[in-house]
Design a protein around this ligand. Structure first.
Ligand code: ZN
Ligand code: ZN
Length: 382
């Protein structure tokens, strides 16, 4: 029998001290590990919009201080005795993704499932399912974490069993490049590959060229070879890159006031067969719905701030999927990794790794749109 780690464990986190305050690097203590959890030494973390929602106080259930981070790569340090996956060993490299309840009918069909009935509370509340947190400040103040079952913005993270996707033999470089697979990339690619399933002759429109948007673009244009993919964004450099990645048309929403009109012009009045919004901005979601052609399907996978509403012309004939079923970690991520190896999912071209200490620059570069995807290399904490 192996002996477990001794608690408390001292580690470091990039946490949010209070709603609306900037990220801060701070020491924290890990108090315990539940039998169905793992300790993972985080190597790289993706940084995306949902982390900013936590920083900005836009997630109603979260108490502060709180540790964000919901996509990453790392190495297993310890395995709780009730962890069911017997193939996992200490020292294995893993990718981190969302968690789910493992009990509802969706989870019983396939676990973890993005359709899980408890998806929002389990992933966005920053506590375990029993309401506790493993973390505290050195003065004893509780620190919420367990964001998406992982809170990857820590040097050592307490990770839910279902959040772990084992990937054997990752190189250091791949661990950096693939860190966002568990959220942004799988959301974008999953919407195209598992939900839309477009044919080559369909028209696919993608709103917002962040990590999710680029993943959708690559899945449509490179993996499925859809001929007409239209990318919409406000930053010209991203649109130029989108063209290189197979977007046949691009629309700069800053220069083109009537995006829907432009879309209709490009498609000869037919509109889109599939449209995906990755921004969560009300006006963009509305444009997405309006650019659909007869029988078109739209999916909004952006993370809107609570209360964002849209107006829809209900006379239109469309099927709106409010939230796409975005693939499932255990099966889907290896499929994306294979596509990367075949040159059909070149996520290295849209991303950049920053040392965690440079998080302010990383945030500025992603919020200004200079870089689509940023990763924090926490390996540098060592
Ligand atoms: Zn469930
Ligand atoms: Zn994300």
């Amino acid at each position: 029998m192996k002996t477990g780690p001794t608690f408390p464990i001292e580690t470091t986190a990039l946490l949010v001290p209070s709603p609306g305050s900037p990220f801060t690097i701070s020491p924290v203590l890990i108090q315990n590990l539940r039998p169905n959890e793992l300790l993972v030494e985080i190597k790289y973390s993706g940084l995306c919009h949902t982390d900013f929602l936590l920083r900005d106080g836009a997630l109603p259930k979260v108490t502060y201080p709180s540790i964000p981070g919901h996509e990453g790569t790392g190495t297993i340090l310890a395995i709780g005795p009730a962890v069911k996956n017997r193939s996992l060993s200490i020292g294995d490299d893993v990718l981190l993704s969302f968690t789910s309840c493992n009990e509802c009918h969706h989870c019983l069909e396939q676990s973890p499932s993005t359709k899980c009935k408890l998806m929002p509370p389990l992933n966005l509340s920053c506590v375990r399912d029993d309401g506790t947190t493993a973390y505290q400040m050195q003065d004893g103040t509780p620190v919420s974490g367990h964001f998406f079952g992982q809170s990857s913005f820590a040097k050592i993270a307490v990770v839910s069993e279902l959040s772990v996707v084992p990937i054997k033999g990752m190189t250091e470089e791949e661990m950096g490049i693939w860190a966002p697979m568990g959220c942004g990339y799988q959301t974008g690619a999953g919407t195209i590959l598992d939900v839309f399933k477009p044919r080559k002759e369909d028209v696919v429109v993608i709103f917002g060229m962040g990590g999710v948007g680029f993943a959708a673009l690559m899945a449509a244009a490179l993996i499925l070879e859809v001929e007409t993919v239209i990318a919409v964004d406000l930053v010209q450099e991203k649109l130029d890159l989108a063209k290189e990645m197979g977007a046949r048309w691009v629309i700069n929403g800053k220069e083109t006031l009537d995006v829907v009109g432009e879309m209709m012009k490009i498609t000869g009045g037919k509109g889109a067969d599939f449209a995906v919004d990755t921004t969560g901005v009300g006006k963009v979601v509305q444009d997405m719905v309006q650019c659909l052609g007869q029988g078109g399907t739209a999916a909004s996978v952006g993370a809107p701030a609570p209360g964002v509403k849209i107006e829809v012309d209900v006379g239109m004939f469309f099927a709106l999927k409010e939230e796409a079923d975005t693939g499932r970690g255990w099966q889907f991520i290896p499929r994306l990794i294979q596509a990367y190896k075949e040159g059909k999912f070149p996520v290295d071209k849209i991303s950049k790794v920053y040392p965690v200490e440079d998080f302010e620059k990383a945030i500025a570069d992603t919020e200004s749109g200079k870089v689509s995807v940023v990763m924090l290399g926490q390996v540098l904490w060592r």
